[in-house]
Structure formats: C-alpha cells, structure tokens
Write a protein that binds this ligand. Sequence first.
Ligand SMILES: Cc1ncc(COP(=O)(O)O)c(C=O)c1O
Length: 375
Amino acid sequence: MMKLFDVYPLYPIELMKAQGSTVWDKNGQEYLDLYGGHAVISIGHSHPTYVARMTEQLSNIGFYSNSIIIGGQAELAEKLGRVSGYPSYQLFLTNSGAESNENALKLASFHTGRKKVVAFTKAFHGRTAGAVAVTDNPSIVAPINDTSHVTFHPFNQIEGLSDVITEETAAVIVEGIQGVGGIQVASTPFLKALRQRCDETGAQLILDSVQCGYGRSGKFFSHQYAGINPDMMTTAKGMGNGFPIGGVLIAPHIQASYGLLGTTFGGNHLACTAANVVLDIIEEENLLANATQIGAYIEQELAGIQGIKEVRGRGLMIGIELEEAVGPIRDALLHQHHIFMGYAGKHTLRLLPSLAIDQAIADRFLESLRSVLKG
Ligand SMILES: Cc1ncc(COP(=O)(O)O)c(C=O)c1O
C-alpha cells in the first residue's frame, strides 16, 4: 500500500466540520481555532457567502487556463488595488506564498539584470528554489538550492545596510512581520532605511506579506504602519480563506511582456472567486478595524498575565513569548481547553485567528491561557 511521505508530525485529530472560528473533530469534539490553519482562515471557516459564491462558481465553471479571459482576475485586481491602497500596481496571480516570492525574485532579477539578493536573519519565504535560498534555515535548503547570490543581514539592523545592498543587488526581500521567526515586527526606521538604500542602488524592495498581509496586522499590509511603498508585495495564505491562491503586487515601473511569467493554475475561476469573496467580506464586515480593535484588546489583557515575558506583533498577528517552554502550554491549550494555537521556536505562542473573532472569543482564550499558565 502506498504511504504518505512522512514529513509532518501530526496531532491525532481529524477535523470534519468548521464554522467561523469553531471546528469539530470526527468524535464531535468542538475546538476554538485561533491558528486558522496557519494564518489562512481570514474571514472565518465556511462563511455562508463564501460557500454560496464558491458553490455557484463551481457549478458554472471551475477552471480554465490563462489562455482566455477570466473575468474574476480583473475584478480581483481592481478590488485588491482599491482595498490595499495600491490601485496603480499590477497583479500577477499564483497558487502559494513560495510561488509568489519566487516570481517576485525573478521579476526583480529580470528588471535589474542583476543576480544578488539580500535577505534577513530568521527569514522564512517558502520552500521553492529561490524562496528557500532566501530563507534563513539551512536544514531546509537542499544543496541544489544553496547559492552564493544571497547575503543574510541581521533583521532590524540598519548598520551595514549600505555595504550589503549595492549596485549589484537585484532584490531585498523582507517580511513586514516575521512569522516563523517568532513574530518580530520590522521597525519603521529599518523599513525606511531599506527603502532609501534600494532607491540609491536600484535594488527592488520586496515585502513578503504572505503571513502578515491581507489585513492581519490591522492595516492591509503591515509595512503601511511605516509609510513606505515597496516595489513588490507578495501575498497568499489569507487571500483565498483556504482555497490556494497567491499574488504578486507589482509597482508600475516594472514592465510585463508576454511569456515573462506564467502558471497553469494561477488565477483560475474558483481561486479568483475565493479571493474576491474574501475582499468583499473584509470590506463589508470591516475586518481591518476588527483586527486592530480585538488585537489591541488581547495585547492589553496579555500584559497583566504572569508567566509572559514579551508580547509582540500587530493586529491579530500576536506572538506571546513565555518564560517556560511553549510545548506543554500549547498541548494543555489544545487537549484540555480545546484551543488551536500556533507556535514559533521554543518559547513563543503564535496567535493567528480569523480576522472576524469577537471579544467573547478573545476572553475565552485569555481565560484559558491564564488558567494554563497558573497551573
Ligand atoms: C512569510 C512567509 N512567506 C512565505 C511562506 C510560504 O508560503 P506557502 O507555504 O504558501 O508556499 C510562508 C508560509 O508560512 C510565510 O510565512
């Protein structure tokens, strides 16, 4: 019998149903989902409008390739430009975060004719060849992906940027808030310094917004807190609320030509419908304001809980650094309190819930965390 390639350590839980921020396993046990399948569930599980529009789209046409007009793509570009505050940018659609970063790096290289890339310590950008080469984790970089084109500079360190970003640099790639790296927010002076040095050298500034984008930080893109404009932003995760879709938002000075980039599945009918519904719901339900408000409430309440060393992040992308090891705390939250949470490293809990959670959900989480940390 064929077996699965065993790369994921699994919880012995099989989910059968989901609604909003509640999920149920096959024994009928209910859980509170504050992890969103890793920052993917942006508008809540099985939102009725999402289900209705996806079902309708599937019954009309589910897929066709990029050789014909797919109306949902232009609709998505218009909506995404408006909601994100980048109406003059161009959109290339992909299927995942890694693929978005891969294409952004390629575009920077095509545009500048250069090969070198600057990335940052603890960065995670995905697992395809280019994306993993700019990821600061040697254990997931295969020999074939190991390249001398990439230099890693300390995250949030301005000193030395002018030595490392030069006229040979094609791209600088950075997460607005590092996710896998433990919820570390790129500081405003750091992002401004990157923008300035890229302007001086012609290097293209790519903001990997796969995890911290799409409203998670309370603004559409977290770098908007710093008031800078990147040359490209990459997205995925929350974009389709679970249906695979990613995108590269591309500044007007970067020119397209036929055949420069391409994909079979990127921007198909179902994917565009998913992304269009997500943006509609983000607007209709005011989810950016909700993420800001509930995020601020959670951060304020966390400040009074014993056993917490530091709280980092913005909006509903919150890292809670604990004094003790995170593993047993996360297990107690899951198995005793039935709450799904993320983690990063050995001490940090990661909160990545739907952007639609309300205060009652926040209170249930806070109560459970207080009780687990006391125990
Ligand atoms: C910041 C960041 N970039 C890229 C990726 C890769 O996205 P995907 O798994 O969709 O390829 C991730 C995934 O966790 C991420 O957090």
